[in-house]
Ligand binder design. Sequence first.
Ligand SMILES: *Cc1c(COP(=O)(O)O)cnc(C)c1O
Length: 433
Amino acid sequence: MKYYSTNQQERDVSLEEAVVKGLAADKGLYMPDVIKSLPASFYDHIEDLSFQEIACRVADAFFGEDVPADTLKQIVCDTLSFDAPLVPVSDNIYSLELFHGPTLAFKDVGGRFMARLLGHFIRKEGKRQVNVLVATSGDTGSAVANGFLGVEGIHVYVLYPKGKVSEIQEKQFTTLGQNITALEVDGTFDDCQALVKAAFMDKELNAHMQLTSANSINVARFLPQAFYYFYAYAQLKKAGKADNVVVCVPSGNFGNITAGLFGKRMGLPVKRFIAANNRNDIFYKYLQTGVYSPRPSVATIANAMDVGAPSNFARVLDLYGNSHDAICADISGATYTDEQIAETMKNVWQAHHYLLDPHGACGYRALSEGLKPGETGIFLETAHPAKFKDTVEKIIGEEVDIPAKLQAFMRGEKKSVAMSKEFTAFKNYLMNE
Ligand SMILES: *Cc1c(COP(=O)(O)O)cnc(C)c1O
């Protein structure tokens, strides 16, 4: 499969090159030349297949031309060593729980897959060390760091905004050691993302070391997120509820929802999508007005969605041929304040005894307000509520149990390098590594 850049300057790029480079030299995002449809026979019997079997079929459509079948199967099976159950919450609304992996968030899927695929390419070629730069507003860093931990030939630098991630999130990428370095940036998530982007554009730095990204701009992290949309559909079909499916995705950088849109393009019978935002409503505004105007992000209690310039917006535009009408036909939007998010968490806990995290709460609320008669809704529960323990406890007025996986991180010792948000300081640091 060849990849092209959304900025059109780069074409016919191999998967390996797209994965190693992350971002195209023209600053565009890589897109596959072809999005293959899966045959009707696959959808007819999808409910009889396991998560891993479904993911293998989807992975084959994306990566089958470039990775030997047995290797790809191994990568998929190693990645998906946990379930993504679909749980009924209230009438016609289901939660797709994507928090059963090692760091209790959906990004484990892409993080683990990318680490294994990149590891495969490095082994195959006997390449020099590859350095992964990842900016995080909380969950990306932990998923990528844990996915890559101990993978030979790869070093990971996690850039995160000082004081803007929860203690539990921070512990998940600052306590690992080995090939993982945490950089505590005196700035916002957007500053972290800008540093990473600037690093990729810097000739001298790129001559000094091989850099790649593991944000959802990287196709190896982005595409595997399609797997669980197919699995969610399979589970709904098994329950006899698979007509008029609406999928609602709590969105920040829009990687997750875009992977779902790829699924729809491959024939997955989803009627429409809803992108749920917190107060960072850039995409919502775009849907309303047709104008995309990125802004600095504002802090909310759903902090993994505090994004002022969603990096995958370019992919959404590209997928729909830049047509605002076509985008609006498939996707609607929603935006919620912290008060609305809290109110939703509290109400759903009281009425249905289901504990939402602040991100999933945006998804649930958008469905509860936006489902039409005859539709069945799935929202992606993108993280375990215990990852936001303090926030959640304050809202529901009860204690939240911390799963053993998280407790283990909490016992570790934080190690990080203080970093200014100025690029020259960041560059100097890397040049001396
Ligand atoms: C990353 C993240 C999101 C947003 O996903 P995008 O792919 O950036 O849109 C939502 N919820 C949680 C918990 C996250 O970690």
